[in-house]
Design a protein around this ligand. Structure first.
Ligand code: FES
Length: 112
């Protein structure tokens, strides 16, 4: 907590979207997932259509770098990625990535 009573924003995530890089500060559990953070802070279009159920595949991000492997919910992610032709090892559903201390330093690119 800081002196305003709000949790300290001690997690930094870099998100590349539509040719722009956004450096976003957050804290553990400010959002339910990385998808909700991106949706709320960047206003992406047609993103996260199933609202985090892990079924639509519209919240794909490419993990460019990370200090630690992010925590995942693992709800339908493997099946949805298998159906997606863009899937490869560093592609994740952002709705399945938990906002916690492991996410600090994460660099991702939102896929079209
Ligand atoms: S929001 Fe639908 S799969 Fe992530």
């Amino acid at each position: 907590m800081n002196n305003t009573g709000m949790p300290k924003k001690d997690i930094t995530v870099s998100v590349s979207y539509d040719g722009e890089c956004h450096e976003i500060q957050t804290y553990t559990n400010e959002y339910r997932s990385l998808m909700m953070l991106i949706y709320d802070r960047i206003y992406t279009e047609s993103f996260g259509e199933c609202l985090g159920m892990g079924k639509c595949g519209t919240c794909l991000v490419e993990v460019i770098s990370c200090r630690r492997a992010p925590t995942g919910y693992d709800r339908n992610e493997n099946m949805t990625l298998l159906r997606n032709i863009k899937a490869k090892e560093n592609i994740r559903l952002s709705c399945q990535l938990v906002i916690d201390e492991k996410m600090d330093g994460l660099v991702v690119k939102v896929l079209p």
